[in-house]
Design a protein around this ligand. Sequence first.
Ligand SMILES: Cc1cc2nc3c(=O)[nH]c(=O)nc-3n(C[C@H](O)[C@H](O)[C@H](O)COP(=O)(O)OP(=O)(O)OC[C@H]3O[C@@H](n4cnc5c(N)ncnc54)[C@H](O)[C@@H]3O)c2cc1C
Ligand code: SF4
Length: 506
Amino acid sequence: MTQPEGIPMDAAHLHADVDAAFDAVVVGSGAGGAVIAKELAEGGRRVAIVEEGGYHAVHRDPPFASFARLYRDCGFSGTLGRPAVLTPMGRCFGGTTTINSGTCFRTPESVIARWRDELGLAEIDHAALDRAFDRVEHEINVTVTDLRIMSRGNRIVHELLEREGLHGAPLRRNVRDCEGCGACCYGCTSGAKQSMDRCYLPKALRAGATAYVRARAERILCDAAGRAAGIEAVANGVSGRRLTFRAPVVILACGSLLTPQLLRRNGVARGNPHLGRHLTLHPATKVYAEFEERVEDWKGVPQSYSYDGLRDDGIKFEGASMPPELGAVAMPLVGEEMAHFLKRYAHIASFGMMISDTAEGRMTRVPGYGYVFRYSLTELDLARLRRGIAFLARLYLKHGALAAYPMMARQGSVFRGLDDVDRFERAPLRASEVEVMAFHPLGTCRMAASPAGGVCDQEHQVFGAPGLYVCDGSVVPTALGVNPQVTIMAMATRFAERLLDRELGN
Ligand SMILES: Cc1cc2nc3c(=O)[nH]c(=O)nc-3n(C[C@H](O)[C@H](O)[C@H](O)COP(=O)(O)OP(=O)(O)OC[C@H]3O[C@@H](n4cnc5c(N)ncnc54)[C@H](O)[C@@H]3O)c2cc1C
Ligand code: SF4
């Protein structure tokens, strides 16, 4: 099979098994995998990329069809615990970047300082990442969002904050000529979003990388000395062909919930107690508000404005507008209240929030099923969620909203006035009552100064597994408090520089 210009080959259409040798093989094509693959390919190395999901040149599907095509488990992946947390992930060329909102933040300095001071990660300092941030932001064209293309829900919060004398800011996003059509999380309709399938991956292919989609890596190959020597993958669908990629450098970039599973299934890092642990999620929820005015919140960029006034308390607010069919599914109302909410959806605005979690989840094996992650909010996390919900609800209700709707599954959860918000803040709140989603799983193969603290060293190599590296959200050692894609890309850029210098010797 010959690789067409700029697009990957489809393993599901193979007529024969594949066995080929490379300098490096990268498993996964998301924020971590795409960046390391492109940097190594442009550095003149022979690179293979293996991606389990499919390649989709155009995205025109409505939300639910796109969940089936672009998301793992149709968007219904999640963690178990108090509460169960829906944690969607991309499963397509470009990984989760293909279906994300496009928000871009550098790693906060305070977080990098914590990695250095508390975790001993002396080599991941700001100077080391600064060059990488510049390079990534140039590649993905990070730009400040224009107020005119924001969804009305984002602009309403901007206006209400200003009335309170508070100031938010337009978000920076990786887009070129964004039309504000509102479909970012279902695959960008115009190609404006600079997700990995639009920028890094085509460049990797033009630099000579080989890529297969619909190929799931299953086995990590090792040589007689115990050094990683390649991977074996199996094609999805009827072809069932096997793909063997031999390489002295094997880089896993399957995402935080998948990479530890692949390692564990292959018996790697056996005995390392950190494998699959320390999962942080940035638990997120939102508050809807009903207005007299027609809001039509599904028009415009859904995540385009943010407010950081409660950042010191670990709370971050960001836009989160949704089309009616998803708003309806996400909102845990019943009966008359649900009927009213749906009838009035065109008058409903919404805004989201996420917290820097103190909880940590862990991977466990359920016999006969496979691996699952258990994760439960701490009391502090719950208190942060409550504070953020109350802040948004007050903001709306003080400035003309007819009602505020937090995403809570309990009686009397619609706030019709400020008294209701006061009561909510005073009453006990159980974790199971709040609808929480998460978009930023991190930390399950965390980087550490020694195997006593994590799974990978500061060169991304798995402790005790020479030649085997991890380059995705799972190495990010703690919650960031900001959206993680630029952190993951910058860490991958730094990793590429060092790998080109060392292992793949210039
Ligand atoms: C709806 C949504 C919105 C988001 N919005 C933002 C945002 O605005 N800004 C931001 O910074 N972050 C956002 N994120 C998070 C961000 O996109 C992710 O943190 C980031 O993409 C993770 O990168 P990664 O490399 O760890 O994994 P991914 O990007 O998830 O890539 C992993 C890839 O590996 C593939 N894979 C897994 N196992 C195998 C295997 N065995 N063989 C072959 N391939 C495999 C997967 O199919 C997937 O394509 C969002 C996430 C979601 C779900
Ligand atoms: S708003 Fe529309 S055009 Fe802009 S990035 Fe999102 S999907 Fe693409």
